[in-house]
Ligand binder design. Structure first.
Ligand SMILES: NC(=O)c1ccc[n+]([C@@H]2O[C@H](COP(=O)([O-])OP(=O)(O)OC[C@H]3O[C@@H](n4cnc5c(N)ncnc54)[C@H](OP(=O)(O)O)[C@@H]3O)[C@@H](O)[C@H]2O)c1
Length: 319
């Protein structure tokens, strides 16, 4: 496994980071026990993972607190990424989100994240979503000031399109773009992924396992609980899940030949999209974590890549 550069930051990171969102919220009925979450994050560090992704929106807030406690004493070993600008409406993400990119909001959000993480400087600070009510230059300008003040090292942006990337990069370099990329979400392959390569930014692939779907663990008869965020997504409706099993079948076919798991093939495909691409799969499970980290060592052949590229588009939208 070769480490990969994090944009032009000068830092190299393991190609497989750990997305921490699911430890606090998203695909389970409740958050992990704190001790369990801390154990998993520390195990990831032992396995060589050195890039951890969170957000003030996850929980909200509790995921940053968990990550902060887990990395206590290990701070120098890891790149810590967090985000601002996606605001949970009530006290739980189930009540929905709004966006806020106003400079004063971003400044306050950064202080909150530093406190919850228990650190002096955030390595990678993302704008989680662009606020349509605030010119992105104003938001990004405020984030650049945080870099100048030493509160943040590098800037990233999530779900931005090329024109927005051009606008912000005129103000301050983009170290990473974090957007969804997986075998069933290839929307950014034609434009944003090449933009990142041309501009020296990393493309950080979120939900690289298709929120778990590509691993083959969700079948047509799997019942997602009301607390499981996926139950709100068109791609996880019963009909879509049934129709999309052919995607999993195709991934499984390659996995069986390589004697690895479908999750590992899904990650190897993401990492094959370029040396500037990083993946941040999420898991609560030791076994899955070990598999995901090991996927960085799987080099797919051109024939396998062609076979995976030919997988049909999914039924059902992302959101
Ligand atoms: N920027 C954004 O807007 C945004 C949006 C979504 C996510 N993210 C980031 O991306 C990270 C990862 O995305 P994600 O959690 O949505 O989706 P994901 O990584 O595609 O999938 C996570 C799901 O896959 C399961 N899983 C993980 N490894 C597995 C394996 N080897 N075999 C079988 N199942 C496996 C997990 O199960 P268990 O939990 O049971 O282990 C979990 O249900 C998040 O943690 C977050 O940091 C960012």
């Amino acid at each position: 496994m070769n480490k990969r550069p994090l944009g032009k930051s000068g830092r190299l990171v393991h190609p497989v980071g750990l997305g921490c969102m699911g430890l606090s919220w998203a695909y389970h009925d409740k958050a992990v026990e704190e001790a369990e979450g801390i154990r998993l994050i520390r195990l990831a560090i032992e396995l060589g993972v050195d890039h951890f992704d969170t957000s003030d929106a996850y929980g909200p807030h509790t995921n940053e607190e968990l990550v902060g406690r887990a990395i206590k004493g290990l701070r120098e070993k890891v790149v810590l990424a967090t985000k601002a600008g996606l605001v949970v409406k009530g006290d739980s993400a189930s009540s929905g989100y709004t966006r806020n990119g106003r400079p004063e909001y971003i400044r306050a959000a950064c202080e909150g994240s530093l406190n919850r993480l228990g650190i002096d400087v955030i390595d990678l600070y993302y704008l989680h979503r662009i606020d349509p009510e605030t010119p992105v230059e104003e938001t990004w300008g405020a984030m650049a000031e945080l870099v100048a003040k030493g509160k943040v090292r590098w800037l990233g942006i999530s779900e931005a399109k090329v024109p927005e990337l051009d606008r912000v990069s005129r103000i301050h370099p983009v170290t990473a773009v974090q957007s969804e990329l997986s075998l069933w979400t290839r929307d950014y392959l034609g434009d944003v992924v090449p933009w990142c390569k041309a501009n020296g930014a990393s493309f950080v692939a979120f939900s690289p396992l298709g929120r778990g779907f590509l691993t083959g663990t969700i079948k047509a008869d799997t019942e997602l609980s009301a607390e499981d965020f996926r139950s709100t997504l068109p791609r996880f409706s019963a009909d879509a899940v049934a129709a999309n099993q052919r995607i999993v079948d195709a991934v499984r076919a390659v996995a069986q030949r390589r004697r690895v798991t479908p999750a590992q093939i899904a990650l190897a495909w993401v990492l094959a999209q370029g040396e500037h691409v990083l993946a941040i799969p999420g898991t609560r499970t030791k076994k899955y974590l070990e598999q995901n980290v090991a996927a960085a060592d799987i080099a797919l052949t051109p024939e396998e890549l062609a076979e995976l590229d030919a997988i049909p588009a999914p039924v059902g939208g992302r959101y």
